[in-house]
Design a protein around this ligand. Structure first.
Ligand SMILES: [Fe+2]
Ligand SMILES: [Fe+2]
Length: 243
């Protein structure tokens, strides 16, 4: 069952819960003159995501397809979207474009530079290059400046069929999920590198008021503090030697 929730004006969270994995997969449609979809979901999810997008816009008019990194839940159905929307183009990091997308996709991506801004009408998307945050060399994130909304991909991952939107602190759920992942065959999900703290602090400096995560509840509140807390949790749970 796929649900759609408007988490900010013309910002829609499309969410499907996978009971086998105990995990939600969220995509975000930002409805604007040039509509942008952040995360496509996997190929298997395409019919559900397409149906949800069609409730909001004409899918053939999708203009931009953003994602953090090359992974099935981020951009698995990219080519299906490129096939049905003739003006759609992927936007991603330079590394993402030259290493993955320009080979994988049926049309080349538009590479974004660090802090480059893409205007789609009323929305302004600032691109942050975030290598290995949340994971993968090609990782990047988009920050929509007018709503102070961070599209955070796997950052703030919360397992379970949680509510669409919360103003409560999500950091304890995130800490619990990181621990669960590290204790499972999925260990190693989030690396902690010498750059991780600096990248998370840089995202905190954007002072988001909404954090739209791919797996879990969107959070409204002090996003700066949440990111600083996340930096602490990731350092504590991932950077230290296992005992
Ligand atoms: Fe990922
Ligand atoms: Fe993910």
């Amino acid at each position: 069952m796929t649900s759609v929730t408007e988490i900010a004006p013309d910002v829609f969270r499309i969410s499907t819960y996978d009971p086998d994995g105990g995990i939600q997969f969220n995509q975000f449609l930002l409805r604007d003159d040039e509509p942008l979809l952040f995360h496509t979901g996997m190929n298997a999810l395409f019919p559900a995501v397409h149906e949800a997008v069609a409730r909001l816009i004409n899918p053939a008019e999708l203009r931009w397809i953003g994602f953090s990194h090359f992974e099935a839940d981020e951009c698995g159905s990219l080519n299906q979207w490129l096939g049905l929307a003739p003006n759609a183009q992927a936007i991603c990091s330079f590394v993402g474009a030259v290493v993955n997308i320009n080979d994988f996709a049926t049309r080349p991506a538009r590479p974004m530079e660090h802090d480059e801004v893409l205007e789609t009408g009323k929305f302004r998307f600032r691109f942050r290059q975030t290598p290995q945050v949340p994971h993968c060399w090609d990782a990047g994130l988009l920050f929509e400046e007018n709503n102070r909304l961070l599209l955070s991909s796997d950052l703030f991952h919360q397992n379970g069929d949680v509510e669409a939107f919360t103003t409560s602190d999500v950091i304890e759920r995130t800490r619990q999920t990181i621990r669960e992942m590290e204790a499972s065959p999925l260990a190693g999900y989030l690396p902690y590198t010498p750059r991780t703290g600096e990248i998370l602090h840089g995202l905190a400096d954007l002072e988001p008021t909404t954090i739209a995560t791919m797996h879990g509840s969107a959070f409204e509140g002090d996003g700066r503090q949440a990111l600083l807390d996340l930096a602490g949790v990731m350092k504590e749970t991932l950077a230290e030697e296992p005992t």
